[in-house]
Design a binder for this molecule. Structure first.
Ligand code: UDP
Length: 506
């Protein structure tokens, strides 16, 4: 009897490091499970990954394809330009994507089985629309965590209830008059609800409109775009669009481990019953196929692996790893505050300073000699690190992070406590969960003077608090890692995802 041809899935990823890595891991996991996966990204990313020679192309059942993003080769494609990147991708690639889906739907051009299902990065709603118009089932993949998805989902409701934009500060007018020397008139201008600014309002006020987060989610922990003054802000509009379609997809996939997010997942499943938790995907793929060497190679930058040898020479848990991900930009003042704060702790540190980390033109190059000189034997600077390997290294004792979801998961699965300094978007929510729900780190959101940096780093490296955080982080790591082992929840969820995809039932 002839074998049935493999099911062919098309996965479409946003052209950002933090989206690409988990989407590629998901594609690999599906390929290991016998599906044929066409992985679609932009031409720019395709070439940075190595094109047809990309190590990932060695994986049976996985092949890369690309569409143009409409931007010039030298476009920075950085944090400050994200809107431009996503708009240009939508406008340029929509029709190309349709043509590709139509031809792949007919088994063209290379005689492969037709694509019968797509997995679309949640931040590409246009790609979901195109597939739906062609009658091809769409699954949504959120590369950020369930906790931030849930907060994003309620932003329209927060707006409706007047919780977002944040209220103007309460102004206190003290009038000194003629009644027994002091008469105090307090005028609460917030009684008149006007267009309001975030500055000066009480950012520690608890948020009421996100079910399940009452008691710990503050205004400052909401996604960064909630700080906009105007509900018509284009980022609010775009992220709302990118979130509200997710429950209408056939399935919703998270790079998270079930027990980590059980409470919020229970809420999410009331909206999206077909929710799959298959993370941490980098651990899952390694567990499914320990011998495969290509699994770590999905980076857009060249890794400086010399830092691993430097780490080998450091005592256990003595190094603070510092990395702000692929998009964060820092002002020169912030960079120096971090540096002084770190140096003042007298702990060793390994710091990733991307060439484009500094927001001022000229990059970080011109301050690096000064930092390198001052860092001396205690520190090691690289432009891009093999982060997963660094976090798994026994010399690393803490992670000063921007709380990107991948970094958070990688730290959690390695049992490394975090100092969180979220920069934007979901990172605001993630860092609150790290400190208040998982208790695996401290959150220094919105502050980065050298004294605070020093205090926070000491808190995760020294004394009783550090001891407690280490214990919590280790327990969390064990729990999360067990999810990707035989019979673990992420393995079971992946099996279910494959089965549902094959049967076409979601
Ligand atoms: N990363 C890396 N080397 C570095 C810095 C970052 O490999 O020097 C990887 C990191 O392991 C993570 C990704 O880049 O997988 C960053 O994703 P995240 O969601 O943490 O942040 P984003 O870059 O999206 O802000």
């Amino acid at each position: 009897m002839a074998l049935a041809p493999p099911l062919h899935v098309l996965a479409f990823a946003s052209p950002l490091q933090g989206h690409l890595s988990p989407m590629l891991k998901l594609a690999e996991a599906l390929a290991i499970k016998g599906l044929l996966v066409t992985f679609l990204t932009t031409e720019h990313v395709y070439h940075r990954l190595g094109g047809a020679d990309a190590p990932l192309c060695c994986r049976d059942g996985l092949r890369l394809r690309s569409v143009p993003d409409g931007l010039p080769a030298d476009h920075p494609r950085l944090a400050g330009h994200l809107g431009e990147v996503m708009r240009s991708l939508r406008d340029t690639s929509r029709e190309k994507y349709r043509e590709l889906l139509v031809s792949l739907g007919k088994g063209e051009p290379d005689g492969l089985p037709p694509v019968t299902c797509t997995i679309v990065d949640a931040f590409l709603p246009f790609a979901a629309e195109v597939a739906a118009e062609l009658g091809i089932p769409v699954m949504a993949f959120r590369t950020s965590g369930p906790c931030s998805f849930w907060a994003y989902f309620f932003v329209p409701k927060l707006i409706e209830q007047g919780e977002v934009p944040f209220p103007a500060p309460i102004l206190l007018f003290v009038c000194v008059g003629g009644f027994s020397n002091i008469v105090v008139w307090v005028v609460f201008l917030t009684l008149v609800r006007r267009p309001r600014a975030a500055e000066g309002c009480d950012m520690d006020e608890l948020v009421r409109g996100v079910p399940g987060t009452e008691g710990f989610l503050r205004r400052r922990d909401l996604p960064s775009f909630c700080r906009a003054k105007d509900v018509n802000d284009p980022v609010i509009q775009a992220t709302t669009l990118a979130t509200q379609w997710n429950p209408r997809a056939r399935g919703l996939i998270f790079n998270s481990a079930e027990p980590m997010d059980a409470a919020v997942l229970a809420h999410i499943r009331t909206l999206c019953p077909s929710t799959y938790t298959v993370g941490p995907l980098h651990n899952l793929v390694r567990a499914l196929d320990p011998s495969h060497i290509a699994t770590a190679a999905a980076g857009l930058w060249r890794e400086d692996r010399t830092c691993l040898a430097w780490l080998d020479a450091q005592p256990p848990k003595s190094v603070v790893f510092v990395s702000f991900g692929s998009l964060t930009v820092l002002s020169r003042a912030h960079l120096l505050e971090f540096w002084h704060g770190l140096v003042n702790t007298h702990h060793r540190f390994l710091w990733v300073i991307r060439p484009d980390l500094l927001e001022e033109t000229g990059g970080a190059g011109d301050v690096l000699p000064e930092l390198k000189e001052g860092t001396k034997e205690k520190g090691y600077l690289v432009e891009w690190a093999p982060q997963q390997e660094v976090l798994a290294h026994p010399a690393v004792g803490a992670f000063l992070t921007h709380s990107g979801w991948n970094s958070t998961l990688e730290s959690i699965s390695s049992g490394v406590p975090m100092v969180c300094w979220p920069f934007f978007f979901d990172q605001m929510v993630n860092s609150r969960y790290v400190s208040e729900v998982w208790r695996a780190g401290v959150d220094m959101k919105d502050i980065c003077d050298r004294a605070t940096v020093e205090k926070m780093v000491r808190a995760v490296m020294e004394g009783e608090t550090a001891e407690k955080l280490r214990k919590n982080a280790a327990a969390l790591a064990e729990m999360v890692r067990s999810c990707v082992g035989e019979g673990g929840s992420s393995r079971v969820s992946l099996e279910k995802l494959v089965r549902d995809t094959k049967l076409g039932v979601f």
